[in-house]
Design a protein around this ligand. Structure first.
Ligand code: RIB
Length: 287
């Protein structure tokens, strides 16, 4: 069983469903509203846990009305929360609109995630003992760099999902063993990704592509599902990939593509993450 530490974000997602999103200045009637725990870090941690890994989450919630539910969703999934801090002020939130076609728009307000500045000795010890570190870019970049540097120095695989995409210090890219990007991020980060040993590009309904050391490559086809909401599908993909990375890219990509596809069949990021049994059933149906 892979031991994974996620250093990342946790948000409460405020999800509105609407048949057609409004034009600027227009008001439309929505169809539904739900509060669903999310955040790229938390989603990836839960997905990795459900796909079979032992997972510890290092992050921050606020001291507001959302904090208990955010902590609870990790704990209920079996993710370790001993490295989850509570800080003054609001938790992170994401205002998400899902339209009738299953497409989403997301506005993230960092809140407590922005205060995840610096790692504590116990965070560093957990990183050194882990097989894989998973990071995203919804917490301050210096913290991501500190985690990656420490993981790399201790032989822990550094997996970065550089989302939301932005320019990063070259020293951070030097620490990365595995990058997981979507097609837009791949185009934007083209030159820096060339120096990363393993790059996985998600291709939506078309599956995913892998490029390894020495230019080796492979791909996994898309898994056909009825799409309800794509929010968090990339996070579920990344979590399942990390959980099975030690089994090699063929197996890891199969788990990731299958878990990511299943995650689009329900509304809400963390609420849609499939169980290990559901992923295994869908994998068996493909063979
Ligand atoms: O990747 C999906 C996630 O992005 C949502 O859960 C939202 O919180 C934002 O962080």
């Amino acid at each position: 069983m892979a031991r994974i530490v996620v250093v990342g974000s946790i948000n409460m997602d405020l999800v509105t469903t609407v048949g057609r999103r409004p034009e600027p200045g227009e008001t439309v009637n929505g169809e539904g509203f739900a509060l669903v725990p999310g955040g790229k870090g938390s989603n990836q941690a839960i997905a990795a846990r459900k796909a079979g890994a032992e997972v510890e989450f290092a992050g921050a919630v606020g001291d507001d009305v959302f904090a208990a539910a955010l902590r609870g969703v990790l704990r209920d999934a079996g993710v370790g929360v001993s490295r989850l801090r509570t800080v003054d002020g609001p938790s992170g939130i994401a205002a998400i609109v899902v339209d009738g076609g299953g497409e989403n728009t997301v506005i993230v307000v960092g809140g407590a995630n922005s205060r995840m500045t610096g790692l504590e000795p116990a965070d560093l010890a957990a990183l050194a003992a882990a097989d894989v570190l998973m990071c995203q870019l919804e917490i301050p970049v210096p913290t991501v760099l500190e985690a990656a540097r420490h993981a790399r120095a201790n032989g822990t695989v550094v997996m970065l999902n550089p989302s939301p995409v932005r320019d990063l210090p070259p020293e951070l890219w030097d620490q990365v063993d595995v990058a997981v990007v979507n097609e837009g991020e791949a185009a934007q980060l083209d030159s820096v990704l060339a120096g990363v040993p393993h790059v996985i590009t998600t291709l939506g309904a078309a599956g995913a592509a892998y490029r390894g050391p020495g230019g080796s490559s492979l791909s996994h086809p898309g898994v056909r599902v009825d799409v309800v909401d794509t929010t968090g599908a990339g996070d579920t993909f990344t979590g399942a990939l990390a959980a099975h990375w030690h089994e090699g890219p063929v197996t890891a990509l199969a788990w990731a593509c299958t878990a990511g596809a299943l995650a689009t069949t329900k509304l809400g990021a963390s609420a849609a993450i499939p169980s290990r049994a559901e992923i295994e059933k869908a994998l068996a149906e493909q063979s």
